[in-house]
Design a protein around this ligand. Sequence first.
Ligand code: PRX
Length: 673
Amino acid sequence: MVVPETQDKMYYPPEDLQRDAHVPDFNSYLALYRKSLDNPEAFWKDIADEFFWKKPATGPMLQYNFDVTKGSIYVKCMEGAKTNMCYNVLDRHVREGNLGDKVAYYWEGNSPDRHETITYRQLLSQVCRCANVLKQMGVKKGDRVSIYLPMIPELVYTMLACARIGAIHSVVFAGFSSESLCERIMDAQSSVLVTADGVFRGEKLINLKQIADEALQKCREKDSCSVTKCVVVKHHVLRTRSGAACNKLQTPWDAEYDVWWDEAMTDSPEECEPEWLDAEDPLFILYTSGSTGKPKGVLHAVAGYLLYTSLTFKYVFDHHHDDVFWCTADIGWITGHSYITYGPLANGATSVLFEGIPVHPHVGRFWEIIEKYRVSKFYTAPTAIRLLMKYGREPLQKYDLSSLRILGTVGEPINPEAWQWYHEAVGQGRCPVVDTFWQTETGGHVLAPLPAATPLKPGSATFPFFGVEPTILNEHGEELEGEAEGYLVFRRPWPGIMRSVYRNHERFENTYFKKFPGFYVTGDGCRRDKDGYYWITGRIDDMLNVSGHLMSTAEVEAALAQHPSVAEAAAVSRPHTVKGECLYCFVTLKDSREFNRTLEEELKRLVREKIGPIATPDFIQNAPALPKTRSGKIMRRILRQIARNDHDLGDLSTLADPKVVEVLFSQRREAAA
Ligand code: PRX
C-alpha cells in the first residue's frame, strides 16, 4: 500500500478535521497500520491499557489458529485477564472519569414530541436495577436472555444488565416474525425474554407482546420452552399511547410468566457488583442468516469485542468529547450493537437513540433530528440515503446541518450517485464519507477510511483497519497481487472477530474456514484497484442484501415451499433502486394448481409471516419448470439473469432442458423496481 497517486476522482480530508484528528494524515495511518501487523502485541496492549482489568492477562494479546488442516479454529484475546464490559463502558466513566452527568443518549421517539435524555449516571443506575431484576429471576453467568424490543432505552439497559452479570444477550430485531423469534429462542435456550407491550413504527402500531406470546407458544409446540419469565416494558402504555390508538392494543397476559418491567424495577436496588468474567467469556449471540437457511448464532467474546468496537469507533468516526454521534441502525443488527451500544459507550460518547423511521411524520425527519441535537457524526445505510434522495434537496434546506463533520455508511455497496448526494446535499461538501465494510461476524469495521487521513474514492471502503490483513484469492485459493478481483478473505484475526457459532463450532469452521484453509472467508467478492483501494462487489454465496439486511435465498425458498400449492421454489436477487437488492422468486406449482393474484399475495404473506416484513418478495413468477443442470441442480445464475431481463446467458451446455429458459423469459414479471 502506498500513498495513492491516481487519476480517479478523489476527495481529500478537510484541513480543519486534520488539525485535531487522532490519525491526522495518510502517513500516520500507514505507520500505525504497519505497527498493528508487525507488532500486534504492543499495538493491542496500548489499547487495552485504557480499560479496567480486574486481573491482568497471562497470555498474549492474540492467539489463534486459522487453518482447519492444522486443527480446530480458535481465536483468544488476553487469556487469563478478568474484566467486565458493563464496568468498562459505564462505571469507569462515572466513577473514574467524572462523566456521570454527561449525556449518554438522547432518546428520540417515533413521534417528535417524545424524547428523553439519559446521562451516564442514570444509565448506570437503570442497568444495575435491571441486572438485579434478572438476578432475582435466577439468571446467572452464562445463561441466555432473549431481547425482543424496539429502539427504546430499556433495550440498552437490558443488554448492559446482561453484560454486568455475565448473562449472554441475544437481541432479536423487533421486526422479525414470531416464527423467527421462536427459532432464535430455541437455539439460544434462553431462560428470560424481554419485550414490550407495543410500538409505533411510523403510523403502524405493532403488538409486540402478542408476537412474543405466539413465539413462546410455537416453542412449546415444538419442544419444551426454555423461557420461564417474560418481562414486558410498558412502552406503549406509558410513553406513546395517545388518543384512539390506546384502544387498539390489548396486551395478552399470563400471570405465571409475565412481569411488567416497571413493577419489577420499582424496588430493585441500584447497586449491583459486576461479575468478573474471563476475557474470552461470551458477551452476546446475534443471529445472522446462513446460506443453508437456518440462522447462525454469531458469538462474540468480552475483551476482544470491547477493544475492537471501542477503537474502530474512536478512529473511524474520529471521536471527540463534545461530539454527538448518531447511528440510525436498529440495535437488532450488529451495527447497533457495535456503534449504538458498545463502541460509543466505551468512549464515553453522547449518542442519539432513535425509535422511528426516516419518513415519519415527514421526509425531513433525519435532518430535523440532526439539527435538534447538533449531531456531528452521522452513520446510516445506502438504502436510507437512496430513499431520502428521492425527495430531493428541499426537505434538507429547512434545517441547519452545519454541526455535521463526518458521514458514514454501512451495510451494502454505495452507488456513486448516492455517495455524491450524501456528500454534497447532506454533508454540504465538507464532510468526509466513511464507507465502512464489515459483518456481524467481524464485530466492527474491517475495511474503512479514516476521515482525516484517507483520500476517498466514492464507492470504495478504501483500506483495512488496524490489525486487519485482507487479501484476494482466486477460485483455486491462490493469492492475487496488485490489481485483482476475487474472494475477499482475511489472513489473521483481530480482537473483535466472532469466536464461534453458538453451540455449533463445526458450522463455524465449515462456513468461514473450510473453502480456503488458512483464511477467514467473508463470502464477499472484492476488487483491488491500482492504488490498493478495496471495492466490495457483493456476495458470492446464495445470500442477498435487501436494504442492508443480509438474508439467505434458502430461507425464503423454505418458506415458499411450505405453501400447499408449491412444488418447488427458487429465490434470487434483483437490483432495486432504493433497497439495493430485492427478492425475485420463481415457484413451480403442484399439478392442476393455478397461479393467480390471490396465490401471489398468499405467498408473499407466507414469507412475511415466516421471516418478517423485510423478506417480503417483490416479485413472484410462475415457473412451469426451473432451469436445472443434468445432475438436477437449479442454475441460479440463469434465474438471476431472467429476473434482470439479461439475455446474455453465456454457456448453457450444462442445462438439462434449454427450452425452460425461453418459457421463463416470456413469462417474467416486469415492474418498476
Ligand atoms: O455483503 C457485505 C455487506 O453486508 C454483509 C454483512 O451483513 P451483516 O452481517 O448483516 O452486517 C451488516 C452491517 C455490518 C457483508 O458481507 N456490507 C456491509 N458493509 C458493506 C457491505 N457491502 C459493501 N460495502 C459496505 N460498506
